[in-house]
Design a protein around this ligand. Structure first.
Ligand code: LUB
Length: 207
């Protein structure tokens, strides 16, 4: 294995090495899950591509199922931080919704952990493991943000925060899935831009 570095400096102690190795395994596995799916990926091929021993992989993850759970959990851990970052921009509630989903779309296109976690969730019926519940966290997150928009008079009359949240999450999921299937998400930002304009026209109050 190459001398590990973290933020450009050599990794020094055993704990740092373990954290670095675990992150390297997660990234490699996520990439393989995203590209080839759960069934076609093995701990052996993950170890080979990550250039670490199979023993080191088993030290961190007892099975491929455990690795899949960790990738999905790592994917989901991204979103609360992103919400905090976007909420800190001082945008109006409805602009916070669109900015959050704009940045989420970028992560769906570029972040290998997200890409791997999303594919695993689409294959969840094939995986004998208790993957985290999909969709509900995003629906809850968007409902809370749309409640803020509702309180600020930014929702079109008749649109409830819960219904708006479900439509945005359902639409975003389908949009990114079709973009992935047809173009490997190369056109994701264009497809999300179209959806955003049309759905927000239906959801947001007229200026
Ligand atoms: C999101 C997927 C793919 C919902 O919330 C989830 O579990 C999701 C599966 O991991 O899209 C839309 C943001």
């Amino acid at each position: 294995m190459k001398t590990p570095t973290s933020a450009g400096r050599p990794v020094r102690n055993q704990q740092e090495r373990a954290i670095h190795t675990r992150a390297q395994i997660l990234r490699t596995a996520a990439e393989m899950f995203a590209d080839s799916g759960f069934r076609q990926t093995s701990l052996t091929t993950v170890a080979e591509r990550a250039e670490i021993t199979k023993g080191a992989v088993y030290f961190h993850f007892a099975s491929k199922e455990a690795l899949a759970i960790a990738v999905v959990e790592e994917q989901y851990s991204r979103w609360p931080n992103l919400v905090t970052e976007v909420r800190g921009l001082g945008l109006s509630p409805i602009e916070t919704v669109t900015e959050l989903l704009d940045r989420t779309a970028i992560a769906f296109r570029d972040d290998v952990i997200v890409r791997g976690g999303v594919r695993l969730q689409t294959e969840r019926s094939l995986i004998e493991a208790q993957l985290p519940q999909p969709y509900t966290a995003w629906i809850g997150r968007m409902t809370a943000l749309l409640e803020d928009a509702d309180a600020a008079g930014q929702l079109r009359p008749g649109v409830t925060p819960e219904a708006g949240a479900r439509v945005l999450v359902e639409g975003f999921f389908g949009m990114q899935h079709i973009s992935d299937t047809l173009n490997g998400r190369a056109d994701l930002m264009e497809r999300w831009g179209e959806m955003r304009e049309i759905l927000m026209y239906a959801i947001a109050a007229r200026p």
